[in-house]
Design a binder for this molecule. Structure first.
Ligand SMILES: [Zn+2]
Length: 292
């Protein structure tokens, strides 16, 4: 079985945190770099799109992070990504070109194995599963929980939402859309395990009957970071035969042009209870109705 580069990167980071005895959030990637005598420097905007760099001078390393996005979570993530290239075995030799410089671009986009491993490393470093899960248990539900966790971990809403879907024990889905198209989405393991539902996929269109579809029809909702809490139906998003009302929280991600949707409160009935219900319905439909 081929290993999932994202999971592998996250695991590497979690292992290192354990070795270092770091057990509290937020994790400080700047301090970790300093411990290793890696120089970290802010780099003003020049070549657009570069979020961070790893540079080698002989045996020494330096990390530069972009400041064109003035946003602490983004910068912490960028530094953590570069730390991934530093710490994951094999990375420095693979990613540092002939000039001993590696440039990383915005997160969540690359299909390159090394970039995915470094992204996984950043997520695992800033939101290590063990600490994240215990914080998650106290964080409530839906977008409010993701916002609380983002504040705690000093991570972006976007990165936190993805980690939330990966770690939440209950059925939840996180959908990032641009206009009427699903840009990417993550379903929790327990949601994936629900039978008879369609998996949401990248490039599919946002279902027309959902609050997210209506939200995205107004561009200013996205730009102004409007935030709404709505309800929708499991069937609208995932098909299947169960008509179940679910919660749908939506927030515009501002200048990125993206919308974050959190689907939760998905109370899927126990399959055994459902069978009984089906028998009941069947019996009823076969019982002649004399009265009325
Ligand atoms: Zn990179």
């Amino acid at each position: 079985m081929s290993r999932d580069p994202y999971q592998f990167g996250a695991m590497m980071a979690e292992q290192l945190l354990k070795e270092w005895g770091i057990t509290t959030l937020p994790i400080d990637p700047f301090a970790i770099a300093k411990d290793r005598e890696i120089t970290v420097a802010a780099k003003p905007a020049s070549n657009g799109g570069v979020s961070g760099m790893l540079i080698r001078f002989g045996n020494d390393y330096a990390i530069a992070y972009a400041t064109h996005i003035e946003n602490e979570p983004f910068q912490r993530y960028s530094v953590s990504h570069e730390l991934g290239h530093y710490f994951i075995p094999g990375h420095p030799d693979a990613v540092l070109g002939v000039n001993d410089i590696h440039e990383s671009r915005a997160q969540f986009a690359s299909k390159d194995r090394y970039e995915m491993e470094a992204d996984g490393f950043a997520a695992g470093l800033l939101m290590p599963r063990r600490l994240f899960v215990s914080a998650l248990e106290r964080a409530g539900s839906g977008l409010a929980a993701i916002e609380a966790l983002a504040t705690l971990c000093k991570t972006s809403l976007h990165a936190t939402a993805i980690r939330f879907a990966q770690c939440a024990p209950e059925p939840v889905a996180v959908v990032v859309s641009i206009g009427n198209r699903i840009d990417h989405c993550f379903m929790s393991e327990s949601l994936k395990a629900v039978d008879g539902i369609d998996w949401l996929r990248k490039h599919e269109t946002v279902p027309r009957s959902t609050p997210t579809f209506r939200f995205n029809e107004k561009g200013e909702n996205v730009r102004r970071c409007t935030r709404i809490e709505e309800t929708s139906n499991l069937q609208d998003w995932f098909g299947g035969r169960r008509s179940i009302v679910i919660s749908e929280d939506i927030i515009g991600l501002g200048s990125y042009g993206k919308t974050l949707t959190v689907l939760y409160d998905i109370a899927v009935p126990d399959p055994e209870d459902e069978e009984e219900d089906d028998e009941e319905t069947l019996r009823e439909s076969w019982t002649p109705r004399f009265r009325r």
